[in-house]
Design a protein around this ligand. Structure first.
Ligand SMILES: NC(=O)c1ccc[n+]([C@@H]2O[C@H](COP(=O)([O-])OP(=O)(O)OC[C@H]3O[C@@H](n4cnc5c(N)ncnc54)[C@H](O)[C@@H]3O)[C@@H](O)[C@H]2O)c1
Length: 341
């Protein structure tokens, strides 16, 4: 039978390429020997390895001397907090942290300064979707440091709660609430970040070592902004707007040496998804979390944060206007039915 593109995409073909449990797999001349591990053990060991490698990473200089703002840095296990730690590890000189949950911020600032004594950390309890708060934190950075190099617009909520009045039809009120909720969700704070931070990134200050304009805007979107089934309408639509903003802003800022990229996380184990993980644990189904993707596991916050830092650094100097997924391969596939492994 003649092979076609459709065959390449067919589940039968995919299954034929997939190694059977504990069987030998040939990679050209190289033959991988039996691992003797079950799929579950591979999953668990790979998650443990990801944690270990992060704990043992050495300090680097990818963000040396850079000044930046991160929003959505509240929870201990969040993407923003993981990012703050990595920006610090990579030598950033001053981090401005913003979240509307302020409880963890002093502790995080103290932890970072203890590990990296030359790092300055300023935290603010505020709303990333407030024009006033965003302008204020950018102004503060420009007054204190005379430069801004990156803005990681990461703040986000998963489900804006529609407000129901007595007598409302829940379906209609729900939809109206969702549409209304969108104006207070991720798209709005990302828009403000792009609007105000781009003006600051474009400013040079030779006395502070910034001789050419530019910098990086990193916007947290989601796989929900690319495809259905990862969130309700307001969340998904606002994340789609974030992706569009990365693409459009990259072009609106033509010639200013400002890069704008979006990150699209898949299922990441953070406060946002805590309820789902708690429920899975309580019902003995924790091992099923994240198994829609070919790595068969959830992501950890620092796996997303590493990309944010790379996109903020000069190492990604030719990456612009992109929406990069960090999802274990989830959005890399046509829908298919996984055969029993
Ligand atoms: N966890 C996931 O599976 C996942 C998947 C896709 C995308 N994301 C996105 O990643 C980003 C970080 O999420 P997380 O999983 O670390 O969640 P998280 O709940 O652990 O952290 C998000 C933080 O953002 C803060 N925040 C929300 N809106 C804010 C606002 N307007 N002003 C100030 N602070 C605000 C919250 O207080 C919270 O501290 C979000 O944009 C989220 O939508 C997460």
């Amino acid at each position: 039978m003649q092979s076609t593109d459709l065959h390449a995409f067919s589940p039968i073909h995919a299954v034929a390429l997939r190694p059977k449990q504990n069987s030998e797999v040939a990679f050209g001349a190289v033959s991988a020997s039996k691992s003797g591990l079950t799929t579950q053990e591979v999953r668990d060991k790979s998650l443990a390895g990801v944690k270990d490698r992060q704990a043992n990473r050495e300090t680097g200089g990818r963000m040396k001397g850079k000044v930046g703002i991160i929003t959505g840095v509240g929870p201990v296990a969040g993407i923003g907090t993981a990012a703050a730690r990595i920006y610090a590890r990579e030598g950033a000189s001053h981090l401005y942290l913003l979240d509307f949950q302020g409880e963890q911020l002093p502790q995080l600032a103290a932890e970072l300064q203890q590990h990296y004594p030359t790092l300055k950390v300023t935290w603010t309890q505020g709303d990333a979707a407030s024009d006033e708060h965003i302008q204020k934190i950018i102004k503060q950075a420009m007054e204190e440091e005379g430069r801004l190099d990156f803005f990681f617009a990461n703040a986000g909520i998963s489900i804006p709660k529609p407000k129901l009045k007595e007598g409302d039809d829940p379906a209609i009120a729900g939809l109206k609430g969702m549409a209304k909720g969108m104006s207070g969700t991720d798209a709005e704070d990302v828009f403000l970040a792009v609007k105000y931070a781009s003006a600051a990134l474009a400013r040079v200050n030779p006395a502070k070592g910034k001789t050419i304009p530019g910098g990086s805007l990193v916007l947290t979107a989601s796989v929900a902004g690319k495809l259905a089934n990862a969130g309700p309408i307001p969340y998904s639509a606002s994340k789609a707007a974030v992706i569009s903003m990365a693409q459009t802003a990259a072009y609106e800022l033509t010639g200013q040496n400002i890069r704008v990229n979006a990150i699209c996380p898949g299922l990441i184990q953070t406060d946002m998804t805590k309820l789902a993980f708690d429920y899975a644990r309580a019902t003995g189904k924790e091992h099923r979390m994240g198994t829609l993707n070919p790595l068969l596991r959830q992501g950890l916050p620092h796996e997303v944060a590493e990309l944010a830092v790379w996109l903020s650094s000069d190492e990604s100097s030719y990456v612009n206007g992109q929406a990069l997924s960090v999802d274990g391969g989830l959005t890399g596939s046509m829908p298919y039915i996984r055969a029993k492994m």
